[in-house]
Design a protein around this ligand. Structure first.
Ligand code: SF4
Length: 470
């Protein structure tokens, strides 16, 4: 249910400066740092059993993680393995196929896959032939919805993909493509060790259009070394000229103590926080002027793109792959470190290749930690998702779906929201919490109010370090 047209985003530098803080991106709730090591393979099997008991009414979504990259980008914060030894991909593919087979058996007879996403690392580290083999294997183990009903996407590194390869990917079943660009400026590219000529990127986009990909997306990053307002303006002009359907603009979180790769970045080249804010403001201004709609949390899309349409119709959701039009799906994830969301649980795979291979050699799924959601988790997840996707929340609708009285259950949260209302981030009336244009950039702060775990000591070994909210 929607009650208001989604307001345009309104950049208020003073407010962002005052309120920006570290916070989760809420691709899941509870966030991954709350997953417990006590949750293992047998708990995952119970979660699948719950899906079976429901009769498999939800569609399925599939994520495949390919951890390899040829070269290290210095800004990288992903779980990846840098290697030029192609035989490693062969060995990985063998184990991945066995994991997919195990998962396929668990979900046999249940719903079709409506969403597939390949992420990494670099998914196209697999050769064309390896990808053929993998996609054929996936089709043997799962049933896929027809091309016009399914969202089948892959992350591409244009440095490693030829126009011919783009056509192969389409023939293999992908219908959405997302390209890592980050910045078109040659000096910035050098400073982050990712040299990627504009011509290569343009060639991939042209090929994707010719091959009839339904959506082409470009990823950018602001806050990289040597970026200035001027370089950013040039990059944005080039991106707009390339005319992608979606654009993601991520904030670079420089956390060299946490991510070893980032220690190679020269600190003296880093833009200060004031310049970064101006860059963000420029991105919003240029992209909205070019006709893109601000979807939320770093994402822009053309008004006719599925994401923007789904948002207007109140059907937008958010999961580990970011915004999606297919959210009520159970997500089955394969590969090292991949996170599944099945039957009211989250579960994550082991992070190293050795552990991954060992588990599969035992014929077990390599689940290493996770969490079964309580009713309170499910409630808060629904609220956070609603706010992230639609920037408004009907308290009555929540009361219809959950056995609570909103104003008493969330009395403390509403007090905190009242402060935010005074700051102009949102408005609260008898039924609705509505995020204003100014509040949209600070949506993570608003969602954090509903996160019961923030500030609580953690059970696991991980220390949470979230990036800043803007
Ligand atoms: S940023 Fe992406 S391509 Fe670069 S090293 Fe990290 S995972 Fe690989």
């Amino acid at each position: 249910m929607m009650h208001s047209a989604v307001p345009a985003v309104d950049f208020d530098g003073a407010l962002v400066r005052k309120l920006s803080q570290s916070g989760p991106r809420y691709t899941s709730y509870p966030t991954a740092d709350r997953f417990a090591a006590s949750f293992g393979y047998s708990d995952y099997l119970k979660a699948v059993a719950r899906v079976r008991m429901r009769g498999g009414t939800r569609p399925l979504s599939l994520y495949v993680h390919v951890p390899f990259c040829e070269k290290l980008c210095y800004y990288c914060a992903c779980n990846k393995i840098i290697t030029k030894k192609r035989e490693k991909a062969d060995e990985y593919l063998g184990y991945l196929k066995r994991e997919i087979e195990l998962q396929g058996k668990l979900f046999e007879g249940l719903n079709e896959i409506e969403q597939l996403h390949f992420g990494g690392g670099t998914p196209t580290y697999f050769s064309d032939a390896q990808m053929d083999e993998l996609m054929a294997h996936l089709r043997r183990c799962f049933r896929f919805a027809a091309d016009d009903r399914g969202e089948y996407s892959i992350e591409i590194d244009p440095r490693t993909v030829s126009p011919e390869r783009v056509h192969s990917l389409r023939a293999q079943g992908f219908n959405r493509i997302s390209l890592g660009v980050q910045d078109f400026d040659a000096d910035v590219q050098k400073a982050v060790n990712r040299i990627q000529p504009e011509s290569e990127t343009r060639a991939v986009i042209t090929a994707a259009r010719a091959a009839d990909f339904r959506s082409v997306s470009i990823d950018l990053i602001y806050g990289l070394p040597l970026q200035t307002l001027e370089t950013m303006a040039v990059t944005l002009d080039k991106v707009i000229d390339a005319n992608p359907d979606r654009i993601a603009v991520y904030h670079y979180a420089h956390l060299p103590r946490l991510f070893k790769a980032q220690r190679r970045i020269n600190e003296a080249d880093m833009p200060d926080s004031e310049s970064k804010l101006q860059m963000l403001s420029l991105c919003i201004e240029r992209l909205t002027a070019a006709g893109y709609v601000y979807i939320g949390m770093d994402h822009f899309a053309k008004p006719e793109d599925d994401l923007a349409v789904a948002q207007r119709q109140g059907r937008l959701h958010r999961n580990f792959q970011g915004y999606s039009t297919h959210a009520e799906a159970d997500l089955v994830s394969c590969g090292v470190s991949a996170i599944s969301s099945v039957g009211g649980s989250y579960s994550q795979n082991v992070k190293t290749l050795d552990e991954y291979y060992d588990a599969i050699d035992r014929n077990e799924l390599p689940v290493v930690r996770g969490v079964r959601l309580t009713l309170d988790d499910t409630l808060r997840r629904a609220i956070i998702q609603m706010l992230m996707c639609h920037f408004e929340l009907s308290m009555n609708a929540i009361e219809q779906d959950f056995p609570i009285t909103f104003r008493s259950y969330f009395a403390q949260e509403l007090d905190k929201l009242a402060e935010m209302e005074r700051d102009g981030l949102l408005a609260i009336d008898g039924e609705w919490i509505t995020v204003t244009g100014k509040g949209r950039l600070l949506i993570r702060n608003i969602c954090m109010v509903f996160d019961r775990y923030l500030g609580q000591p953690q059970a696991g070994e991980q220390v949470v370090r979230f990036s800043r909210t803007v």
